[in-house]
Design a protein around this ligand. Sequence first.
Ligand code: 4AD
Length: 430
Amino acid sequence: MIDKVYCADVRPDMEGKRVKLAGWVYRKREVGKKVFIVLRDSSGVVQTVFKREASEEAYAEAKKVGIESSVIIEGTVKADPRAPGGAEVQADKMEIVQNVDFFPITKDASDEFLLDVRHLHLHSPKVSSIMKVKGTMMAAAREWLLQNGWYEVFPPILVTGAVEGGSTLFKLKYFDRTAYLSQSAQLYLEAAIFGLEKVWSLTPSFRAEKSRTRRHLTEFWHLELEAAWMDLNDILKVEEELVSYMVQRTLELRRKDVETFRKDLKTLRNTVPPFPRISYDEAIEILQSKGVEIEWGEDMGADEERILTQEFESPFFVYGYPKHIKAFYMKEDPEDPRKVLAADMLAPEGYGEVIGGSQREDSYEKLVQRILEEGMDPKDYEWYLDLRKYGSVPHSGFGLGLERLVAWVLKLDHVRWATLFPRTPSRLYP
Ligand code: 4AD
C-alpha cells in the first residue's frame, strides 16, 4: 500500500508540504514549458504542474503520459486560487505505473457505448459519485434500522416459487429439479418475524421483465422490511421515517455528490414525515381530470404515475388499490373486499413507484383462495401457508428498490446508471 495523500485532501493550508499522490490522469494540457495534469483518485481531483526547470525527467514523463494512465506523482503543495480546491501540487517526480496511449471513452460517447464498456466507464468521477451516494443511502438505512430495533436476516436467492407473479421468474436447473431466482425475500421475511418480530434484508432480486423502461432492471437491489403486529398505517410510518432518514443523511454526508446531478434540492429537503397520502380512487380521479383515459380497476403504469407526481413536491403514498391488480399475499380490506390494504410510495419529479408495501393476508382460507385465483398451486406454498396456522399475527412489510430511489435522488434518466453493472434484457455483459 502506497503511503499517499488523497487528491481531495490537498488544501491551501498545506502550502510548502511535500506530498505523494497516486491515481489516474484525468485531464492534461501543455502551456509553454509546463504540463498541467489534473490527477483523479477515489476522493476527487487535484491539479499538478510539471515545470521543466523543476525536473527535466518528471517533465518528460508528464509530456508523454496519456489520459487515464495510472501514475504516482510527488511534489510540493502551493496555494493557488485558480486551481480547483484552491491548491495545486508543483510536481518534481513522476512514475508512470501504466501508460495508456488511447482511452476508448471519449467525450461524445453514446449511452449504449458507455454501457458496452461499463468496466472502463467506472473510471468516471460521475459514476463514482453515484456509487458513493448509493452506498451512503444504504449505510444510512442500516443506521436507522439498527437504531430502531430491526434485525438483519439473510434469505435465500434460490427458491421454488413466485412472489410477484410467475411471468417474471427466471428459471434454472437445480440438479434434477427446477428452481428460480428470487423475486423478493418477502415470504422468507414473513417466516422470520415469528422469532424476530422486526426483520429486514438487502438482497439482489430478479425479474425476467422484458419491459424496456427507464425503471426496470432484471436484477436489482431490494431492501425489504417485515414486521409482526403492524398494520398498514404502522408500516407506512416506518417507510416514511426510513426514506426520510436515508435522504436527509445522504444530503448531510454527500451533498457535493448530489449537487453534481441536481441543483434543486427542494423535493429532497421536503422528504420528511408525514408524506402526503392519497387513495387509489383519488389518484384515478386526478388522472381522469387531466384527460388520462383510465378507469377504476386499471393498474397505473409509469406514464400515469408520472402525471400523478406533478401534484406533489415530495414522495407520497397511494393506498387502497383494487385487489385484482395486486399480489396474492395482500390483506383484503375488511371495509371493501374489492380492495387490499396496500400502498405504494411514489417519488416526485416524474419518477413514480419506489416502494411497494402492504398488510399481509393473515386468514388461511383467504390466502388459499387468492393463491388459487392466481392460478397457482397451494401445494407449492405449503410452508408459507403454515405461517397462518401456527401463531399467526397481523403483520405488514414492504420492498424498496434501491436503484429507483437513487435514480430519483440524483435525477438520473434511467435506473441502469444507479447500478455497477446493469442487467437488462439486452445486457448481461460486461
Ligand atoms: O412492488 P414489488 O414487486 O414488491 C415486492 O416485491 C414485494 N414482495 C416487496 C415486499 O413487500 N417485501 O417490488 C418492490 C420494489 C418496487 O417498488 C421497485 O422499487 C423495486 O422493488 N422493483 C424494481 N426495481 C428495478 N427493476 C425492477 N424490475 C423492479 N421491480 C421492482
